[in-house]
Design a protein around this ligand. Structure first.
Ligand code: GLN
Length: 283
């Protein structure tokens, strides 16, 4: 099988199921992850005979894509903030919106030696990206899931990044006083009723514990995070949250109710309310 034949095979097998532009971007990712080829290689080496293992691997990938499995879970890898992260069924696949959250934190915090806490780290994508992008930051990351922490610490060592991982439930964390310059969290925020309208690929291949909150209490995780932050942030420290686009007002109220200041909502690249930030100010 040549490069050209592989590309044609992906186009034919996936047409009608995926948008042609999506097929093209998946093709680039497959060549990059399976053969370590750069996008330019796909053009330059288009008549090259591919390694013998490739056709059967491609066949397996196509079969799973046709069943709506996300490409990242098939490959066990996801790109985030310029790096490749291992993903397993124990963690949420990093979303492009969340890269914006990382960028926002990096832009707003040019200082060095910051103490940073990521609550509910999953694959570790936020914590690890911050540890790489902030100057000499000391990053700690928590998760309730031991399996997730294992994935996160493998990602950290794979990317030669130092992050301290701690097994902890957001709902029961006790706050040290004034420990952190930055607290960030992308907690579960999809309500059970929204689950009904979600794509099957999300439901089948990602952990419910990372995604859902009951309809009766969508602030389940924001409340303890806010109250923890109101105690554990240093004076002038900042809280950064990813949110359900339908819940900006409720999240803002939750943050204001614990005395945090400068509460602001930011949009993601789709124009949805997606992030809320706040500052702790001690008078
Ligand atoms: N943005 C994710 C989704 O739409 C949800 C992430 C989360 O619950 N924190 O599936």
């Amino acid at each position: 099988m040549t490069t050209r034949e592989a590309i044609q095979c992906l186009r034919t097998e996936l047409s009608g199921l995926y948008d042609p532009r999506e097929v093209e971007s998946m093709t680039r990712v497959i060549f990059e992850e399976v053969l370590l080829w750069k996008p330019v290689d796909i053009v330059m080496r288009d008549s090259e005979e591919l390694p013998v293992f490739f056709p059967s691997r491609l066949n397996e990938i196509i079969t799973r894509l046709r069943r709506n499995e996300p490409l990242q879970s098939i490959l066990g890898k996801a790109r985030f903030h310029g790096h490749s992260f291992m993903v397993t069924p124990a963690v949420l696949i990093p979303r492009p919106e969340t890269e914006q959250l990382v960028d926002m934190i990096v832009d707003q915090n040019p200082g060095s030696d910051l103490q940073v806490l990521d609550i509910g780290t999953g694959s570790g994508c936020i914590a690890i990206s911050l540890a790489r992008a902030l100057k000499f930051a000391q990053v700690t990351a928590t998760d309730i899931s031991r399996d997730a922490l294992e994935v996160a610490s493998r990602n950290a060592s794979e990317l030669k990044t130092r992050v301290k991982f701690v097994e902890q439930d957001i709902l029961s964390c006790r706050a040290p006083s004034e420990a952190w310059d930055i607290i960030v969290s992308n907690p579960p925020y999809v309500t059970e009723s929204e689950k009904a309208t979600m794509e099957r690929d999300v439901l089948d291949y990602e952990p419910n514990v990372a995604l859902f909150v009951p309809d009766s209490d969508p602030m389940l995780f924001y409340r303890p995070i806010a109250s923890y932050a109101s105690r554990a942030l240093k004076n002038g420290g900042r809280l950064y949250l990813e949110i359900n686009r339908a819940m900006a007002q409720q999240v803002c109220n939750t943050l204001l109710s614990v005395g945090l200041r400068n509460v602001q909502v930011y949009n993601d690249f789709n124009g949805n309310n997606r992030f809320v930030t706040a500052i702790k100010i001690i008078e």
